[in-house]
Design a protein around this ligand. Structure first.
Ligand SMILES: C[S@@+](CC[C@H](N)C(=O)[O-])C[C@H]1O[C@@H](n2cnc3c(N)ncnc32)[C@H](O)[C@@H]1O
Length: 227
């Protein structure tokens, strides 16, 4: 059971962000680049996580300690919403609703992220795509906020064809880094996650997305504070 003193002291003026369901830290790296100090929580050990890490069940951790943070990001596992898992008859708990309830109990601002299969579970989510940030992959991800306004950039047309899921990437195509994909070194470069292995890459949000989210949130907060 983690203890509140496991949470590192704040290094003001950087705001402190809780990265719930953190895996190897794709989301975390973007928020750190935007100006947050980051603490990650995951139920499994994450030796590649580049920031302060606490091993714990995330929903309980948010309920117990979430109010100590300035902002909370949550990426509940997406297997419950994956077509492949459904086809195989695998049952996974739906953690989106319990995560949202825990986040709301903290009174802090937050974001929940998930994949397209879960978009219907999210309230008015914003879609982010790699093409919005000049990445050589599309990797759509959906983001629900606690009420603050997240405005995505214009969504460029997908002009470059995609390789088949997880398959080697033919010349002139973008990769889809899912499952037991090949080309870890290429995926690291495309997604901007050089510290990750295949397990982390297949799960991660490109840091470019959360850097933009964090920057938008901080800009709005500072604008409101200055008004
Ligand atoms: C989709 S990944 C998160 C990816 C991460 N946001 C990134 O950008 O790299 C989901 C993570 O949730 C973790 N997880 C699953 N159930 C959990 C729970 N109940 N509490 C904490 N972590 C959990 C898994 O171990 C996995 O690392």
């Amino acid at each position: 059971m983690p203890h509140p003193t496991d949470i590192p002291p704040r290094s003001r003026p950087r705001p402190l962000l809780l990265d719930a369901f953190c895996c190897q830290g794709g989301a975390a790296a973007g928020y750190a680049a935007a100006g947050f100090d980051v603490v990650g929580v995951d139920i499994s050990p994450q030796p590649r996580y580049p920031y302060h890490f606490i091993q714990a069940e995330a929903v309980a951790f948010i309920r117990e300690h979430g109010a100590a943070f300035d902002f909370i990001h949550a990426s509940p596992p997406c297997q419950a919403y994956s077509d492949a898992q459904r086809l195989h008859g695998n049952a996974h708990p739906d953690l989106i609703a319990p995560t949202r309830a825990a986040l709301e109990s903290t009174g802090r601002p937050w974001v929940i992220e998930n994949v397209g299969g879960a978009a219907a579970e999210l309230h008015k989510p914003a879609l982010l795509c790699g093409a919005m940030y000049g990445l050589e992959t599309y990797r759509h991800r959906y983001f629900e906020t606690s009420g603050w306004t997240l405005t995505p950039p214009a969504h460029p047309a997908h002009l470059v064809p995609q390789a088949k899921m997880g398959r080697p990437i033919p010349p002139g195509h973008y990769g889809q880094f899912v499952g037991n994909f090949s080309g870890v070194a290429h995926a690291r470069r495309v997604l901007g996650v050089p510290w990750m292995n295949r397990d982390g890459i297949r799960e991660c949000i490109p840091p470019a997305y959360t850097r933009a989210i964090g920057a938008q949130y901080l800009t709005q907060t500072w604008a409101e504070a200055a008004a």
